[in-house]
Write a protein that binds this ligand. Structure first.
Ligand code: ZN
Length: 319
């Protein structure tokens, strides 16, 4: 079992050859991602285009997954009016319904479990691997019961709840614990249940030099964090979520912000060194965001290096 994939937003499928291209490149998985609420993907998948995408992937033998910032959908924000204690406490000691939730309470677990199951019925990954993440890089709860738990611990508590709920519907379900920004440090006080897998997304890294060389200012020992996470989570199921192909990341990084998508700074040597590095850590599941590589992107810059991407992953990850 391994993953070699790309992560797209629904709009990227305006470049109609994506599934064919992924197949020709030897990739195994296309995952859909949301920039707005979970409805960004559920709305798409329930339309004709969504059904056609799923059918094409099935014909081609491609797995489909859904990688979603979901916490604000799992706990509807309007419940705040009647049940504020379900929501997180901020650093000023006030309950707020801006992001995430409070992990100290029975009822919040029930609510999000029920909604996760509903989302899972619409967005059912063909691999059994579910990705229902915390809100994008946002803080967790600082109430007296939660404040001694790190954001990573709190995110893992929720992943453990979701795993239990989803397994009632999908006995082989696995659930991602996303290590990213405020959850990049490994959890210390909470243990992953069997079926939780690490998803490591090093968004703050550089792409002009290999990840292994990034020990300079502002990048202190990133590999120590990967290693520390791999001490907590199973290696064979761990996934890296990278940004080598993510035109949206490189576009957002430009100052001033360009009016159109920028070309990804693809560097074969860096990419290849990175994949080998991850493989040395025993990682078998590697994907990259490729957001904003859509019809407009291909018109501007031609076909992205998906075949090289897929070929190197297949070569390095070969059993
Ligand atoms: Zn709390």
């Amino acid at each position: 079992m391994q993953t070699r994939g790309v992560v797209l937003i629904p709009e990227d499928l305006s470049y109609a050859p994506w599934p064919q291209l992924a197949k020709q490149a030897g990739l195994r998985t296309i995952a859909l991602h949301n920039w707005r609420g979970v409805a960004h993907v559920t709305d798409f998948i329930q339309k004709e285009e969504g059904a056609a995408f799923l059918a094409e992937c099935e014909t081609l033998g491609l797995a489909v997954e859904y990688e979603l910032h979901a916490m604000s959908d799992l706990l509807p924000r309007d419940l705040f009016e009647t049940e504020p204690t379900l929501f997180r406490m901020n650093d000023d000691g006030q309950r707020v319904n801006d992001y995430n939730l409070c992990v100290s309470g029975e009822r919040v677990a029930e609510i999000i479990a029920e909604r996760a199951v509903k989302i899972g019925r619409i967005l059912r990954p063909t691999t059994g691997r579910y990705f229902l993440w915390g809100d994008d890089g946002k803080p967790w709860c600082r109430c007296p019961q939660c404040r001694d738990l790190s954001d990573s611990d709190q995110a893992l508590i929720v992943a453990n709840w979701l795993l239990k709920a989803l397994r009632k519907e999908d006995p082989k379900a696995q659930v991602a614990h996303l290590a990213y920004l405020n959850t990049l440090e490994p959890p210390k006080r909470v243990r992953p249940e069997e079926g939780i897998f690490l998803e490591y997304a090093p968004i703050r890294r550089r792409y002009d030099i290999p990840y292994a060389q990034q020990t300079g200012a502002g990048y202190s020992n990133p590999l120590d964090l990967l290693e520390a996470n791999l001490d907590v989570f199973e290696r064979s199921t761990a996934q890296v979520l990278e940004y080598w192909l993510d035109a949206s990341l490189f576009t957002r990084a430009q100052r001033p912000r360009p009016s159109t998508v920028v070309k990804i700074p693809w560097n074969s040597e860096v990419f290849s060194a990175d994949v080998r590095l991850y493989a040395e850590y025993g990682i078998r599941h590697i994907t990259s965001f490729a957001c904003m590589i859509d019809a407009t992107y291909v018109d501007l810059y031609g076909e992205p290096p998906i075949k090289e991407y897929g070929a190197v992953l297949a070569e390095v990850l070969k059993p």
